[in-house]
Design a protein around this ligand. Structure first.
Ligand SMILES: CC(=O)N[C@H]1[C@@H](OP(=O)(O)OP(=O)(O)OC[C@H]2O[C@@H](n3ccc(=O)[nH]c3=O)[C@H](O)[C@@H]2O)O[C@H](CO)[C@@H](O)[C@@H]1O
Ligand SMILES: C=C(OP(=O)(O)O)C(=O)O
Length: 419
């Protein structure tokens, strides 16, 4: 296992290119299962979750070829092979195999997903959705067995706004008989990206990006070419890192509209931000004000950016309160930041953050965004002190070329083998 070493105190300066979005890629790759002919995905991020998904599709009989940021998936010879264990446990988004295999083959056996388990993450809404479409679902030794003689469209109201359940139901319903309506659907940009791909493959989906999605099932779907949207969470992480190091960074290949909640919060703190068509320049300032942050579903402030934001708020005057309304316990980064001298207390679903002078320490990332939070804290430590971050495999799930990008921005950062 490797660890990440970061010498703090250098302002980040320059331009960083943002890759395609992880949370789109891990849905678009399994979506290709629904087609009978090859699907080409452009702007693919280099992430361990993407590698794992490519391997899973190969195990299912798909032909996956991959050259830099272009992946071609030929699903014509795929079969619904049971996957109760193994690679499906390595990532959260393996749950999309359920909807995609159910849609194409009428059956799937998939182990309950793995990935970042910062708190229990149930998939009951996915299961309810499959059942509403006429599938029978049983849990046998930790693997879901899902079968339907004929999927039939249905009206499905989601009790909670769920990205995964919305996409999973879209995947299965795309090939059901008749119409499906998803009410209280998630509105994240990744939902629109998946619907766009599915429609290019011949599906009939309307309303993605609103709370009501209508899907008219089709009998067959075909291949197409699709470019993955930019990763708004990676973009937000570099925006925070630029502010935290008092740097001047242009973040390229972003959709500024997707960043509105982040941009507004940074501006409220006093960070200077300049928006262009496909890029955002972030100029750090000597002093920041405390702010209150509420992590909400899109278009609210993203929960995936609340951990990195915690590290920046350690530099604001006064007391900031950060509340996560999506995941009530997503605070595994806090005890590690406290090791770095951060003054943070967790109260219920909030972190109460006071201005702190951070110092280097040996810390452990226990999930992907906790890793990003620790890296930002390490970059902000004054005087070149070196922080050691273990658990780098989590960071590799979601950050494309992290060390390279930070180095190009002037950070002193490297990877080394853990003793
Ligand atoms: C691969 C992917 O896209 N991951 C993202 C996705 O995860 P994921 O799709 O798993 O998250 P959801 O949007 O489903 O979760 C939202 C909330 O609903 C709850 N819930 C969800 C489903 C369910 O069946 N039952 C239930 O109770 C969850 O526990 C959570 O409190 O959206 C999250 C919220 O933006 C992000 O943090 C993740 O990065
Ligand atoms: C929680 C995340 O991802 P996943 O749902 O894939 O674990 C994330 O991207 O922050």
């Amino acid at each position: 296992m490797e660890k990440l070493m970061i010498a703090g105190g250098r302002p980040l300066r320059g331009t960083v290119q943002i890759s395609g979005a992880k949370n789109s890629a891990v849905a678009l790759i399994p979506a290709a299962i629904l087609a009978e002919t090859p699907v080409t995905l452009d702007n693919l991020p280099h992430l361990s979750d993407v590698n794992t998904y490519a391997e899973i599709l190969s195990e299912l009989g798909g032909e996956v070829t991959w050259n830099d940021d272009v992946m071609v998936i030929d699903p014509s010879r795929m079969k619904s092979i049971p996957m109760p264990n193994g690679k499906v446990k390595k990532l959260r988004a393996s749950y999309y195999l359920m909807g995609a295999l159910l849609g194409r083959f009428g059956e799937a056996v998939i182990g309950l997903p793995g990935g970042c388990n910062f708190e229990p993450r149930p998939i009951d809404l996915h299961i309810k959705g499959f059942e509403a479409l006429g599938a029978e679902v049983t849990n046998e030794n930790g693997a879901l067995h899902i079968r339907a003689k004929q999927l039939r469209g249905a009206k499905i109201y989601l009790d909670m706004v769920s990205v995964g359940a919305t996409i999973n139901i879209m995947l299965a319903a795309a090939r059901a008989k008749g119409s499906t309506i998803i009410e209280n659907a998630a509105k994240e940009p990744e939902i629109i990206d998946v619907a766009t791909l599915l429609n290019s493959m011949g599906a009939k989906i309307k309303g993605a990006g609103t709370e009501t999605i209508r899907i008219e099932g089709v009998d067959a779907m075909h291949g197409c070419r699709h470019s993955i949207i930019p990763d708004r969470i990676q973009a937000g992480t570099y925006m925070i890192a630029a502010a935290a190091t008092r740097g001047d960074v242009t973040i390229d290949n972003v959709i500024p509209k997707h960043m509105e909640a982040m941009t507004a919060k940074l501006q409220e703190m006093g960070v200077h931000i300049y928006e262009m068509d496909e890029s955002i320049r972030v100029v750090g300032q000597p002093e920041y004000h405390s702010v209150d942050v509420k992590a909400l579903v899109y278009p609210g402030f993203a929960t995936d950016l609340q951990s990195p934001m915690t590290s920046l708020l350690c530099q604001a005057s006064g007391v900031s309160i950060l509340t996560d309304y999506v995941y009530s316990n997503r605070f595994k980064h806090v005890p590690e930041l406290v090791r770095m001298n951060a003054k943070i207390k967790v109260e219920g679903r909030s972190a109460v953050i006071e201005r702190s002078i951070l110092s280097a320490a040996k810390v452990r990332a226990t999930d992907l965004r906790a890793g990003a939070a620790l890296a930002i804290a390490a970059l902000s430590v004054p005087n070149g002190e070196v922080t050691e971050i273990t658990g780098v495999e989590y960071i590799d799930r979601g950050y494309d070329n992290f060390v390279f990008n930070l180095s190009m921005l002037g950070a002193e950062v490297w990877r080394t083998e853990e003793e």
